[in-house]
Design a protein around this ligand. Structure first.
Ligand SMILES: NC(=O)c1ccc[n+]([C@@H]2O[C@H](COP(=O)([O-])OP(=O)(O)OC[C@H]3O[C@@H](n4cnc5c(N)ncnc54)[C@H](OP(=O)(O)O)[C@@H]3O)[C@@H](O)[C@H]2O)c1
Length: 321
């Protein structure tokens, strides 16, 4: 049989997704390629309502990672697990380094001798945000601990596996666990009758997690390797994003207030403009990447699909990305 990337494999191709209970991990399962057996890992997988096998694997436990790799023997790995809260990483840099860099190295080591395709999910936060519209040729200079750990992990991945794909991105979407991503946080405040403030001085180019999952699989299918920017075709401020999200879900204008990053008193400094230029990925795929508008329309349609299978209640606010 052949896997997603066209390689001949023994039996049904096996796809391993780390961080499977996370926002992107669960979308990677939802959008999983036809004909592949999907296995997911997370630290605490018990509560996740996911239509795949989910194993409890802590990336900080080298022996467990080795055992679990041998048990799955994956043909494709999408490494999505990370400590993702920018402010938590800032206040616990050793833990951020251990999980984001050490955990990635541990996984890479366990995969030695396995001829699989490896995808690492990185971030727009590797850039300092002074310019925006970043291409893969621009030099990353992260402002905060989270960005530095993700960049160090990128280097570890590309040093270890020359055919690895590193996707730098930004996204929002629906969680399967009771916690809130940026889009969910905005919506739950609006639905609770509150107003929401959005930063006018932070610009990004977010995809819906499900769109990103499909794009990642599409890029694996092209045999792409190295660093690729995979983000929405256009960019906007967080204020504009929140306003457009509110309009998409039928809220009247005026429920989203403009504010600035300084007013937010965040623990970690935020890069101002991390919009990504995804022209290279678009050329490989032979089509332009989705616009923010397209993402928001799918976000609206997807809610009943995801929330039907999710748990009630909310774990806490988003990570302040
Ligand atoms: N969200 C964004 O806007 C964004 C933007 C750019 C890039 N990214 C990158 O995209 C990836 C996915 O982000 P996300 O927002 O979907 O993440 P998320 O929702 O915060 O989920 C993180 C996942 O990583 C797992 N994890 C954390 N520590 C672990 C450990 N020690 N061992 C094993 N698993 C561990 C978590 O499992 P437990 O819950 O069981 O701990 C969870 O499944 C990350 O690599 C992130 O850096 C995110």
């Amino acid at each position: 049989m052949r896997d997603l990337s066209g390689r001949a494999v023994n039996g049904k191709p096996r796809l391993l997704v780390t961080g499977v209970t996370g926002l992107l991990g669960s979308a990677l399962v939802r959008e999983g390629p036809a004909g592949h057996e999907v296995c997911g890992w997370a630290r605490q997988p018990d509560a996740a309502p996911l239509p795949c096998r989910v194993e409890a694997v802590d990336l900080l436990n080298e022996a467990a990672v080795h055992r679990a790799v041998e048990a799955v023997s994956p043909d494709i790995v999408v490494h999505s697990a990370a400590l993702t809260s920018v402010d938590q990483c800032e206040s616990a840099p050793s833990m951020a380094t251990a999980v984001n860099v050490g955990g990635t190295k541990c996984l890479l080591k366990a995969l030695h001798g396995h001829a699989c395709r490896f995808v690492f999910v990185s971030t727009d936060s590797v850039f300092d945000g002074t310019r925006g519209d970043y291409t893969e040729d621009d030099s990353p200079t992260p402002l905060h601990v989270y960005g530095r750990t993700k960049l160090a992990a990128e280097h570890a991945v590309l040093a270890d596996r020359r055919d690895a794909l590193v996707t730098r991105t930004a996204f929002y979407g629906w969680n399967v666990l009771p916690k809130e991503s940026l889009g969910e946080w905005i919506l739950s405040r609006l639905r609770g009758g509150e107003s929401v403030s959005g930063f006018t001085d932070l610009l990004f180019s977010p995809l819906l997690a499900d769109q990103l999952a499909r794009l990642i699989y599409g890029l694996v299918g092209t045999g792409a390797a190295g660093v690729l920017h995979v983000a929405s075709a256009d960019g906007c401020s967080k204020f504009e994003f929140a306003s457009r999200l509110a309009a998409t879900f039928g809220f009247p204008p005026g429920r989203v207030m403009p504010s600035t990053c300084e007013m937010g008193r965040l623990a970690a400094p935020r890069p101002r403009n991390v919009t990504l230029n995804s022209g290279r990925a678009a050329a490989l795929l032979g089509r332009s990447l989705p616009s923010i508008e397209e993402g928001l329309r799918e976000f609206l349609k997807l809610e009943p699909v995801v929330k039907r299978t999710s748990l009630a209640g909310v774990r806490g606010p988003g990570g302040g990305r």
